[in-house]
Design a protein around this ligand. Structure first.
Ligand code: FAD
Length: 464
């Protein structure tokens, strides 16, 4: 069957960028169609990314908390995981959110078309699914087709060799798991599988984890996680062999050049993601795609073709859901005629490990690189009443101020709920707050977020 339809706005991809753009377009009165190759809305984030990983991290946290019960005088038996039930719980959460996205699309009269979309020319896209081929003519397109996992040439195909999607499908708990890459995804998966009972090695090419962050933060974090996880730094993976009795991995230390082969029950490759820019025949629409597969855009999310916009992972780093959502809103509003552009001062980043790491704006390292005259204010959580009552006193709150203006320009938090606490720092930076704005704001006591005010007070000289 070959069908031709028309739409004012065509959104390609129903991840957080795509559905946010489509919903905003519809709310602004435009006739909108989303094309998505998978039956469920939500993209990587909802189906195989943010949501399943945070669901499993929540369960991991419960397991770790239960290990401390004895210390608190609580008597309880050992926890056993019923993997089928845990998987169903995770899938139920994904279904719930995906259904609610479908309901929101329906309520707004956004048409959702199931199938793989490819451009035919600058005003037409072809969509194929099992039942039919559709040709959709559009006035404007918003390309939100996201990214995919990448692997290494030395890695063979084997059921015991996973990417993040395989790891989140929770098929088994390997006795020994090697994770290649100590980025956010590698560290979060390590937290999950460690709590579920795996023995974890993480191998990392760099000489420390998260080199983007200041060393005082990563040093404490490394000390905490290496109590339970074996971190192999400065090392690259050379050979991976899938044998009957396990996955054999040969690694080489970059400094000593010493090689070492280890056997694992499973291997997770978490070395990053690449954009889907080369999979859409978008060159037929005249849209430029760069050598890495990213689609370059201007601040209004416009590609080099005036009526075609692109947002989310497909346009560049950081590959984060909240960035995609924000860009989706900008694209929709620009198309509707509003004078909008994507110009945030900061984009928050979070690693949802135990403890969490969250940062926003400048670190000391990036301030030095930009020759900014800065000052640091630190508050260690061992002096926080709430951190002590919550048994999470290994945290730290770090603020960066511009020395001349006293304005806050960055913050990093290591500790429980850092992801939530960071919100205040992000707002303070966007609003141009200085140190007094923070110290003069009454922070509830005892809370973890009061560590921000306490750090600022030390900096301001109000605490001696
Ligand atoms: P995507 O979510 O990738 O959506 C793109 C959609 O386009 C997909 O549904 C895809 O099927 C569809 N598509 C692609 N090509 C076509 C085509 N030709 N035709 C039809 N449809 C097509 N980010 C965070 O901010 N916080 C987190 O905690 C977080 N955790 C993560 C954990 C993991 C394990 C992973 C893998 C990622 C995580 N991310 C997180 C990143 C986040 O998921 C992405 O940044 C986000 O999903 C990008 O949104 P997007 O809309 O740009 O693209």
């Amino acid at each position: 069957m070959y069908i031709k339809i028309k739409t004012q706005i065509l959104v390609l991809g129903a991840g957080p960028g795509g559905y946010s753009a489509a919903f905003r377009c519809a709310d602004l009165g435009m006739d909108t169609t989303i094309v998505e190759r998978y039956p469920d809305l939500g993209g990587v984030c909802l189906n195989v990314g943010c949501i399943p990983s945070k669901t499993l991290l929540h369960i991991a946290k419960l397991i770790e908390t239960q290990k401390k019960f004895n210390k608190y005088g609580l008597l309880s038996g050992e926890t056993h995981i019923d993997l089928n039930k845990t998987r169903s719980w995770k899938d139920k959460i994904i279904d719930q959110l995906s259904n609610s996205l479908s309901a929101m699309a329906k309520k707004r009269n956004v048409k959702v078309i199931d199938g793989v979309g490819k451009f035919i020319d600058s005003h037409t896209i072809q969509v194929e699914n099992n039942e039919m081929t559709l040709e959709i003519a559009f006035n404007y397109a918003i390309v939100a087709a996201g990214s995919h996992t990448v692997s290494l040439p030395c890695i063979p195909n084997d059921q015991r060799i996973w990417n993040s999607t395989d790891a989140l499908s929770l098929q088994s708990i390997p006795e020994r798991l090697l994770i290649i890459g100590s980025g956010a995804i590698g560290l979060e998966m390590a937290t999950i599988y460690r709590a579920f009972g795996s023995e974890i090695d993480i191998v990392e090419m760099c000489n420390r984890i998260m080199p983007i962050l200041d060393e005082d933060i990563t040093n404490i974090f490394t000390k905490i996680i290496t109590k339970n996880i074996n971190l192999i730094l400065n090392t690259k993976v050379n050979i991976v062999e899938a044998k009957k009795d396990g996955i054999y991995v040969t690694m080489e230390n970059k400094q000593t050049l010493l090689k070492n082969t280890q056997r694992y029950d499973a291997l997770l490759v978490a070395i990053g993601r690449a954009p889907n820019g080369n999979m859409l025949n978008i060159e037929r629409a005249g849209v430029n795609v760069n050598e890495y597969g990213f689609i370059p855009v201007d601040k209004q999310m416009r590609t080099n073709v005036q009526h075609i916009f692109a947002i989310g992972d497909i346009i560049g780093y950081p590959m984060l859901a909240h960035k995609s959502i924000h860009e989706g809103h900008v694209a929709a509003e620009v198309i509707s005629g509003k004078k909008r552009c994507f110009d945030p001062i900061i984009i928050p980043s979070i690693i949802y490990t135990d403890p969490e790491i969250a940062w926003v704006g400048y670190t000391e390292k990036s301030a030095q690189e930009k020759n900014i005259d800065y000052e640091v204010a630190l508050f260690p959580w061992m002096a926080s009443g709430r951190a002590i009552t919550e048994d999470c006193k290994e945290g730290i709150t770090k603020l960066i101020f511009n020395k001349k203006t006293n304005r806050i320009i960055g913050g990093s938090i290591l500790g429980a709920n850092a992801s939530e606490i960071l919100g205040e720092i992000a707002l303070a930076i966007e609003m141009g707050c200085d140190v007094e704005d923070i110290t003069l704001t009454i922070h509830a006591h005892p809370t973890l977020y009061e560590s921000i005010a306490l750090a600022a007070s030390i900096h301001n000289g109000s605490i001696t």
